[in-house]
Structure formats: structure tokens, C-alpha cells
Design a protein around this ligand. Structure first.
Ligand code: G4P
Length: 548
């Protein structure tokens, strides 16, 4: 019997009620799985590095994203990403902090990849909303916040860049409450205005920590607890101001309310500086103490899959080309129940086929390590998982299927063709693979034929990813012709014939799920056609632009 079979068989025995089940529940309680949502430049990469620095996973900043001038393992793996200064790929960072295991999932920085971000947020239990102290809520933050709200993800707010001039703390809190209706509950309060930052006061205990910044900023600032009388004498004006503001917060009842946080109505707020590593340990402490551990996940029938049930997980992302040396494809699996053990054979719910997990890895920037075991909340990278697509379920023993992650309404369309007819085979293979990874939606019709599929994107940068990857990975140069459509609606298969011949409209079939999409040049045109066919159902999809 192979190791794989024995592992699979071991897992076939339900762990519920056994010593194994108790271990799963215990390990799950130690997990904190979250993502950082922010507008580009608010400091997400810097914060990620600062978090890892506190966890002592790495010994100097810059090891995660490898931004200019810093050394590092880079997650910006594509040349195109580097050239455009965007991050398409998604790294997963796992580290131990106190007695917890932290899983930090990176989200793409650019709105054109909002569908990707949406998928990542389907795999987290909490999010950190990172604000630039000088800018407050910015467009991309707002859109990502909407996704978190729609998924009921609790949010911890971190006000970053407090070391440099910015807005007033109370004004920022007011903006959060007024703009997104999230009740702020500051856990710490800054002494000194942004740019003249002295230290942080713990709201519940009143303890004051002074921070002295290190030169260059790439290392932790020195923290020192100072008693109230001393600091009141040193900084009388700032101290008095802070006391007045704290008094005001107490009056309006901005204390911590766990139920409000977990239900997504209120947010704990922390102040600091990711660059100087101020307030970052406090953020980690808050995640450990306040953020929810993984909970039983509802399946397609709406029943919760118990944590101690046999192993199951959701594929939330598929990424190719992460390792240039081996042209491979990695599927990211969020464990939802049971203990995952490398080598176990899981069932792919979509096809009923077995899936061997011999090559299970964790991904830290571009660095990989073999994963031997994992628990709910953990992310496992499955190498060469050609059959797996985002939204798929894998399970052991008891069959389960988790709800798929919805595809967004595309708003940009283009016909793609192989430039060189001799490269058609490579072209076809590439298109199929990119479609499977959900890099873009692929639409087809008998009229257009397989030589000229239509690409449907939420944001136009997705086209660039497709053309670059077809050329570099599949050696298939292409031509791309944009189509004048802007709106897509789900329709029945009968619409193909019924709408044939209607101008400024076309019906195509989506590769991923066989659904039919009617494309229209504009809303006006769509309304006219809808009036001509009053019985035809035009179903809207979740709008990517609402978070792009
Ligand atoms: P992002 O991933 O959200 O896009 O932001 P990133 O971390 O790259 O940070 C954007 C810029 O803001 C960087 O400066 C970074 O050093 C700076 N920054 C981040 N956190 C803080 C902070 O707490 N205080 C201050 N003062 N600056 C902060 P840059 O000059 O654009 O890049 P770099 O050359 O420093 O990497």
C-alpha cells in the first residue's frame, strides 16, 4: 500500500468525537486567517513586512515583496507586474505569533483584478482595513470594504503613517462612521498629532508607550512604557488633548463591543506606522485576541460542515507561472474542516475524481515549503492541479460541496486570435488554461468558432495578462480586437437563436460553466431588445466595477 493510500484511508475514518477531532478543534481555535484591504500606496506591503518582522519569520524588512531598493523574495513574479508597478499574484504568509498560527493572504493591488480579490476574501475570517492617516478612506478601500461587508467579514482598522503629517484622529473616525456606517472603537489612542507622534495610550488600561523611531525606518521603533505623570510633565499640551479626546470617546460609548465587531457593524481601530513598526505588534495582538478563528463553513445546502468533520477545503485561487523554472500551476486550498495531511487523496467535488495531494506546499513570497499537515483556516498550495478551478471543493470521506465563488459581470470584451496559424495548438492550450485559472472569462459561439474566442474581462488589464502569458508561457503571439459591448446578462440557451440577427447584441456561451451571456453595446440597446422579447429573462451578475 502506498503512503498516499494509507493517508487517505486514515482520513476516511470520521475524526468527529475522536482524539483527532479534538485536535482539529484545538488547532482551529489557534488559527487567524485574514487579508489586508487598502488603496494602493497606503502601506500594505510595508505592513505585511512589519507583521512578519514581529513574528520573527524574517529578519529584515523587504523580504516579502521586494520593493525597490529592498532585498527580497518577490511576489511580483511577472515582468509585466514589475513594469506596471502592480501586483497580480497573491502570496500567502503563514507565521506563528504568541500561541496562534497567523495566515495572511495578500490581495492584488489593482482594481482590474477585483474578481481575484473577491475570491481571496472568500477564504479569510477577518480583514485589516489599512488607512493612510493623511487620506482616510480612498476609493479602492471603499470598494473592498463593500466586499467584506457583503461577505460578513469582520474588520480591524489600522490608521497608518501616523509618523508623518496627516488628519486628526477624531476626524478620521468620524469619516469611517459617516461614510461606511462602521462604528469605530479605538483600542489605542495616539499622543501627539500625526507627524508629531509621541506614543500610544491603551484605552482600557491608560498605559502609555513611548516610541522612538529608528533611523531609516526598516527596523522596529523602540517602545518604552512611561508612567502617566512623567509624560504629562514632558508633553503637557498633547497629554491634555489626548485625555480630552479619550473622555469624549468614553462619553459617546466607543468602547469595544465584540458582538458589533463580529457582526461587521463596528471596527476596532489602531494607530501606528508600518514603516517604523509602531503599533504593529498591537495589531497582531488584536487579531489574536479579537478576530474570530475559522468557523464551520456552510455547504451548498446551507448546512454547516463541522470543523472536526473529515478534511474538506475550497479552492479560491489558481495561479500559474509562479515558479519560472518549472512552468507549473498552483491551486490554493483553504482548509474548511478536518486535518489535512500531505499525500492524502481527496475527492474533487466537481468531477468526482480523486485528487492526490503529494505536492502540497506553503507559499511565502516566491519561496515554497512542503506542507505536511494543515488545519481549518490554513492555506495549502497544490502544485500541478490542472483540473482544479477557483470555487471548487475538495473533500475526504463525507461528500460536501461549498458554494462556488460567483463570476463577476464582465464589462470589457475582445476577440482573440493566434497571430500565427502554425501556433494554433499552443494558442488553444493557453486559452483553455487561462480560462481554467479564471484569469479571464472565455466566451464562444458557433458563429465565431474556436479560432476566435471572445475574452470577457472585469478590467482591461486582464487582457494584458492574457496576451503576455500566451506569448511568454505558451509561445503563442496573438491579436486582440476590442468589441463594442459593455453590458452582459445571463440568458437561457434559447436566446442564441431568438436574439440572432439583433444588432448591437450577441449571445455567447461561457466556457467555465456553460452559461449563456447576451452582450449589448449599451443599456439603451439592451432595454430595446428586452422590450422586443418581454418574456426573456436577462439576469444581472455581481458587478466587478462596484469594487474595481
Ligand atoms: P502598498 O503596498 O499599499 O501600495 O504600499 P507600500 O507598502 O508600498 O507603501 C507605499 C509608500 O508608503 C512607500 O513609500 C512606503 O515606504 C510608505 N509607507 C508605508 N508605511 C508607512 C508609514 O508608516 N510611514 C511612512 N512615513 N511611510 C510609509 P515609497 O517611497 O513609495 O516606496 P519605498 O521606496 O519606500 O518602498
Amino acid at each position: 500500500m502506498s503512503t498516499t493510500e494509507s493517508a487517505a484511508q486514515r482520513e476516511t475514518a470520521p475524526s468527529s468525537g475522536t482524539a483527532g477531532g479534538a485536535r482539529v478543534v484545538g488547532e482551529t481555535a489557534r488559527r487567524r486567517t485574514f487579508a489586508v484591504i487598502s488603496h494602493p500606496d497606503a502601506g500594505k506591503s510595508t505592513l505585511t513586512e512589519a507583521l512578519a518582522l514581529h513574528a520573527e519569520v524574517i529578519d529584515s524588512a523587504g523580504a516579502v515583496h521586494g520593493k525597490s531598493g529592498r532585498k527580497g523574495v518577490t511576489s511580483d513574479w511577472m515582468e509585466m507586474e514589475r513594469a506596471r508597478g502592480i501586483s497580480v499574484s497573491s502570496a500567502v504568509l503563514q507565521f506563528a505569533y504568541r500561541d496562534c498560527v497567523i495566515n495572511l493572504l495578500d490581495t492584488p493591488g489593482h482594481g482590474d483584478f477585483s474578481e481575484d480579490t473577491y475570491r481571496v476574501l472568500a477564504a479569510v475570517d477577518a480583514a485589516v482595513m489599512l488607512l493612510d492617516a493623511a487620506k482616510g478612506l480612498e476609493p479602492q478601500t471603499l470598494k473592498l470594504f463593500d466586499v467584506c461587508r457583503s461577505r460578513g467579514v469582520p474588520i480591524v482598522t489600522f490608521v497608518n503613517k501616523w509618523d508623518r503629517p496627516g488628519r486628526e484622529a477624531l476626524e478620521l473616525l468620524d469619516e469611517v462612521e459617516q461614510t461606511i456606517g462602521l462604528r469605530p472603537m479605538p483600542l489605542t489612542w495616539p499622543l501627539g498629532i500625526a507627524g508629531q507622534f509621541k506614543g500610544l495610550i491603551e484605552r482600557t488600561t491608560g498605559e502609555y508607550t513611548a516610541f522612538t523611531r529608528a533611523a531609516g525606518g526598516a527596523t522596529k521603533a523602540t517602545a518604552q512604557v512611561v508612567d502617566a505623570e512623567t509624560i504629562a510633565a514632558q508633553e503637557p499640551e498633547y497629554w491634555q488633548n489626548a485625555q480630552d479626546e479619550l473622555g469624549l470617546l468614553d462619553e459617546i460609548g466607543a468602547g469595544f463591543d465584540e458582538e458589533g465587531f463580529r457582526s461587521g457593524k463596528a471596527t476596532p481601530v489602531l494607530f501606528g506606522s508600518a514603516l517604523s513598526n509602531i503599533g504593529v505588534a498591537r495589531l497582531l495582538d488584536s487579531l489574536v485576541d479579537l478576530a474570530p478563528p475559522p468557523a464551520p463553513r456552510p455547504d451548498v445546502k446551507g448546512d454547516d460542515r463541522p470543523l472536526e468533520a473529515p478534511t474538506s477545503g475550497l479552492i479560491f485561487k489558481v495561479q500559474a507561472g509562479m515558479d519560472k523554472a518549472h512552468r507549473d500551476r498552483m491551486a490554493f486550498l483553504r482548509i474548511c474542516s478536518g486535518r489535512f495531511e500531505r499525500g492524502m487523496v481527496l475527492t474533487h467535488a466537481a468531477t468526482g475524481k480523486p485528487f492526490a495531494t503529494k505536492y502540497a506546499q506553503s507559499v511565502f513570497g516566491a519561496e515554497r515549503r512542503t506542507v505536511e499537515e494543515a488545519f481549518p483556516g490554513d492555506i495549502v498550495g497544490l502544485v500541478n492541479a490542472t483540473a482544479l478551478r477557483p470555487g471548487d471543493t475538495l473533500y475526504a470521506a463525507d461528500p460536501v460541496e461549498f458554494p462556488s465563488i460567483p463570476a463577476f459581470a464582465p464589462e470589457h470584451f475582445a476577440v482573440i486570435r493566434a497571430k500565427d496559424a502554425g501556433k494554433y495548438k499552443q494558442f488553444r492550450k493557453g486559452i483553455e488554461q487561462l480560462g481554467n485559472e479564471a484569469v479571464i472569462q472565455i466566451l464562444r459561439s458557433d458563429l465565431r468558432g474556436d479560432q476566435a474566442p471572445v475574452l470577457a474581462a472585469v478590467g482591461p488589464l486582464q487582457f494584458d495578462v492574457v496576451t503576455t502569458r500566451l506569448e511568454t508561457e505558451f509561445n503563442a503571439p496573438v491579436t486582440l480586437d476590442r468589441l463594442p459591448y459593455q453590458i452582459a446578462r445571463l440568458v437561457d440557451a434559447e436566446a442564441v437563436e431568438k436574439l440572432a440577427g439583433q444588432s448591437e447584441c450577441e449571445v455567447l456561451r461561457r466556457d467555465a460553466d456553460g452559461e449563456h451571456l447576451a452582450l449589448f453595446t449599451n443599456k439603451w440597446r439592451m432595454d430595446i431588445i428586452q422590450r422586443k422579447f418581454p418574456d426573456m429573462r436577462f439576469e444581472a451578475m455581481p458587478a466587478g466595477s462596484s469594487i474595481s
